[in-house]
Design a binder for this molecule. Structure first.
Ligand code: SF4
Ligand code: SF4
Length: 303
């Protein structure tokens, strides 16, 4: 290789570099898309958890949704009210009062409460078990294979004695558990108080059929609705309108809860100050027995 060849190669490479730089410079101007600075500002204001609890793919997608499609400013469950206020300020609007969203599991049956459980040898997921007839007699209740537990990034929901149970200290309300439950028994609900009234059953069958499949399921007897207008019976189940519930339990509501023969009107969330006060003097047990189960109890007979 002589100097002439080296010089020609270097000149060619230099020429190509100049041409490509020119093309790139032209393309960056020709295809430049102006980004609304509010999108960047909202991304900064969001917590960056990318949990999807807002209903968008992640924080950046939600920020675009707020600016470009008018999505509500208070949809971030992780950031809560403070975050909603920041996003509203960026958008120059007033934010409506918002409450943290938390999941409620609308089933109260543990293993021992369920009737008609049969051997199940399929894939140990709720999605798979839900497609097999007769895993358990109640076709509405929790299956207990923990799809919700695996979906939760915050270690906030666990299957305890066959029933999905939320740890409200850890839950941030992203909604992932609710979206994977094949039985649709987890609703994401505005928590106006840290402790909230809920209906702990999803079975819409008539009372006699419920009693045949579950020891604790709601039998649609209307005892609650007769005591308080807060409860409306639809499809053999009481409903509570959380939009209009002021979170104060008036006497009629308390009486309705006491009248329920199956104790299906329950409080979920953190214990109330009254509950804590009522148990504060109770002695702790000297020994807490572990609840051992056989392999059959925990796997093949689950349903
Ligand atoms: S339990 Fe977990 S998955 Fe469900 S809402 Fe709470 S943090 Fe999200
Ligand atoms: S709540 Fe739903 S997803 Fe969770 S264990 Fe029960 S059936 Fe499965």
């Amino acid at each position: 290789m002589n100097w002439v060849t080296i010089s020609l190669s270097a000149a060619t490479l230099f020429g190509m570099a100049v041409v490509i730089s020119y093309i790139l410079g032209w393309a960056s101007k020709a295809f430049y898309v102006k980004v609304d600075p509010r999108i960047e500002a909202i991304i900064e204001a969001l917590p960056g958890a990318n949990c999807g609890g807002c209903g968008f793919v992640g924080c950046a997608d939600y920020a675009e949704g707020v600016v470009l499609s008018g999505a509500a400013v208070n949809r971030c469950p992780v950031g809560g009210a403070a975050c909603a206020a920041s996003v509203a300020a960026i958008m120059g609007i007033e934010v409506d009062e918002s409450y943290p969203q938390r999941p409620i599991v609308h089933c109260g049956a543990h293993y021992e409460d369920r009737k008609g459980r049969t051997p199940y040898f399929g894939e140990m997921t709720c999605q798979a078990a839900n497609m097999v007839a007769g895993v358990q007699a109640c076709t509405y209740g929790c299956l207990g294979f923990g799809d919700c537990t695996r979906a939760c990034k915050y270690d906030a929901i666990h299957v305890i004695d066959g029933l999905a149970t939320v740890d409200y200290d850890k839950c941030i309300g992203c909604g992932a558990c609710g979206s994977v439950c094949p039985r649709n028994i987890i609703t994401i609900t505005p928590f106006k108080k840290s402790r909230i009234l809920a209906v702990g059953c999803s079975n819409k069958d008539a009372g006699r059929e419920v009693m045949a499949v579950c020891e604790v399921g709601c039998i649609g007897c209307k005892a609650c609705a007769k005591k308080s207008e807060l409860f409306k019976i639809e499809d053999n189940l009481p409903t509570i309108d959380y939009e209009h519930w002021d979170a104060e339990c008036t006497l009629d509501v308390m009486e309705a809860c006491e009248k329920c023969p199956r104790n299906r009107l329950i409080f979920v969330g953190e214990p109330s100050p009254a509950d804590i006060a009522a148990t504060k003097d109770k002695p702790l047990p000297e020994v807490v027995e572990a609840d051992f189960k056989t392999t059959v109890d925990d796997t093949e007979w689950r349903g």
